[in-house]
Design a protein around this ligand. Structure first.
Ligand code: TXA
Ligand code: MG
Length: 328
């Protein structure tokens, strides 16, 4: 184990007390949420928030999501909540839904990258809510990975990548959802999907009607962190391939990221199956850990199997596209 990191378990309330104390004193705590692990600081402490950017080597143009434990916590953060946003928050909070709303003036520019808006979410993991509650402040937190790399879904992933840089890592087990929250913006007439995630677009639309969908943009996306290349492992991932391409890869060490079984394992040096029976939830929960394992075996190339773009398949394909994007 590296440096000053301590590992604690869910049952250990003392760990949460200690983590909350660290947050109150301006420190940085990695904590579990139902989607991925977050790297948290007091959202109203500019120096603490600046340290998050340093640790992640994240560009300052990429704003952070502010995490709350209770609906009342929003009073300090947002000016007003449009009725469609309110309906969705009542239905999906606590849970993997982030809403972008007009911010109150005193929300820090470093948190919002100078935007007039703030992204807010109420995570469902009990350790996350207890941490926010005990800290007594909203917690600004991006995913706990170096910028551009895969999001962590276990405490071990965080330890491997950021271990000696954070003050404490809370271990709440593997994340249940495995892909990040769905981000919806409510600044225009019609709500806009900025990032597909744990809450399904189909469910959102069945409640509030049609939502605009943000295309993947190379530059200046409306969720500034949603650059085309993101979530990338060190090994190149290819999403667009067919059986006949395999011949041209001869002599190379090739891995397969399969959605479901059956898989012809003979053709590949290493295979990860996201869900044997093709279940989206299981596949999403396994996604980042499976890519990490493929990355660790030092292959020349990872071939990923596309998944149907419905339900959670949207979020999975979004992450796979960004992970495979080789442009800048
Ligand atoms: O599930 C999640 O949302 C996880 C857990 C830790 O809560 N967090 C997460 O944070 O994925 P991060 O920083 O990796 O991604 C947040 C995304 C970025 O793409 C950022 O640009 C966008 O949210 N975002 C934050 N504030 C925004 C704003 N005011 N307007 C538009 N997009 C915003
Ligand atoms: Mg992230």
């Amino acid at each position: 184990m590296k440096g000053r990191v301590k590992q604690f378990y869910m049952k250990d309330n003392e760990a949460i007390h200690q983590a909350a104390k660290i947050i109150r004193r301006g420190g940085i705590v990695a904590f579990p949420t139902e989607t991925v692990y977050g790297l948290g600081a007091d959202a109203f402490n500019p120096l603490a928030v600046a340290r998050i950017f340093e640790i992640k080597e994240r560009p300052y143009f990429d704003p952070l999501i502010v995490h709350v434990a209770h609906h009342g916590d929003l009073d300090r953060l947002v000016i007003e909540i449009p009725s469609q946003a309110k309906t969705l928050m009542e239905r999906f909070w606590p849970g993997p839904l982030t809403v972008v709303l007009s911010k109150r003036e005193d929300v820090l520019d470093i948190v919002t990258a100078g935007l007039p808006t703030v992204a807010v979410r109420m995570p469902k993991h009990p350790m996350a809510s207890l941490l926010i509650e005990e800290s007594g402040c909203p917690i600004a937190a991006p995913s706990a990975n170096p910028f551009g790399y895969l999001s962590p879904t276990t405490a071990q992933h965080v330890r491997e990548q950021l271990g000696d840089k954070v003050d404490l890592i809370l271990d709440g087990g593997p994340c249940e959802v495995g892909v990040e929250s769905t981000i919806l913006s409510f600044l225009e007439k019609r709500p806009r999907l900025l990032r597909p995630g744990g809450v399904l677009l189909e469910e959102v639309e069945s409640i509030i009607g049609k939502v605009e969908i943000d295309p993947v943009k190379e530059e200046r996306p409306s969720a500034p962190g949603m650059l085309a290349r993101h979530y990338a492992p060190r090994t190149p991932i290819v999403l667009d391939w067919s059986d006949k391409d395999l011949r041209s890869y001869e002599g190379k060490k090739i891995g397969l990221l399969a959605f479901q079984e059956p898989v012809n394992c003979l053709k590949f040096d290493y295979v990860e199956v996201l869900s044997k029976k093709g279940d989206f939830r299981e596949a999403a929960a396994n996604l980042f850990a499976a890519i990490r394992r493929l990355d660790a075996v030092k292959l020349d190339l990872i071939l990923a199997e596309p998944v149907p773009e419905v339900g959670l398949g949207r979020a999975i394909m979004d992450r796979l596209r960004r992970a495979s994007h080789r442009g800048r």
